[in-house]
Ligand binder design. Structure first.
Ligand SMILES: [Zn+2]
Length: 198
């Protein structure tokens, strides 16, 4: 049927190429866009294009920053620049920031080591982290408590053995196999505040 509606099938194909958009959501999202007020749709497209044009990854912590200004974390004078919290993606960073309890800076790895998915240490920002660790006081692992997350932290901790930096991780109490997005703010805050040696 959909082949006879070339515009609809083009839209469906485009949306199906969006990662993480579950196939069962694709029809609802399609309806949402098709019934949107044309003015709002134009605004939506403009916001998306502007965001892509204005945002770049910080070359130090690999979080998003406005192209025109300095990284809000790396340039912050009220943050301890030598306490670095290691996260898999900026999603976890957002969850940690929501607690308002962390006064250090971040390092976004860009994923976890996963041989099954062909992701090795060289595909992540590990080299840059090791360089930063040379002058840091503490490295805190906030990677997920999944086998891949733990293995990635262990790999980095091993590489840091020669450096005098303190290596810690979030407190136990987070459910095993959990990621930060499934945990409430207070628990995340406590896990961060009561961090322990890795
Ligand atoms: Zn930065």
């Amino acid at each position: 049927m959909v082949e006879q509606l070339p515009s609809l099938s083009r839209l469906l194909r485009a949306l199906q190429r969006v990662p993480y958009l579950a196939s069962k959501n694709v029809y609802r999202v399609t309806s949402h866009f098709l019934t949107m007020d044309p003015k709002q749709l134009a605004q939506f497209c403009a916001v998306l294009q502007e965001a892509q044009a204005s945002l770049v990854l910080c070359s130090v912590c690999y979080c998003w920053q406005e192209r025109q200004s300095a990284c809000i974390f790396c340039s912050a004078t009220d943050r301890a620049q030598d306490i670095i919290c290691v996260v898999e993606s900026w999603k976890e960073l957002m969850y940690l920031e929501r607690t308002k309890g962390f006064e250090g800076v971040y390092h976004v790895l860009g994923g976890v080591i996963s041989p099954l998915e062909g992701i090795g240490p060289e595909d992540l920002t590990i080299q840059a982290l090791l360089k930063r660790a040379e002058t840091a006081k503490e490295i805190i692992f906030a990677t997920s408590q999944t086998p891949e997350g733990e293995a990635t932290a262990a790999y980095i901790a091993h590489k840091l053995k020669q450096t005098p930096v303190a290596v810690t991780c979030l407190a136990r109490g987070l459910p095993v196999g959990s990621s930060l997005d499934s945990i409430d703010r207070v628990t995340v805050y406590k896990a961060l505040a009561e961090r322990r040696p890795f």
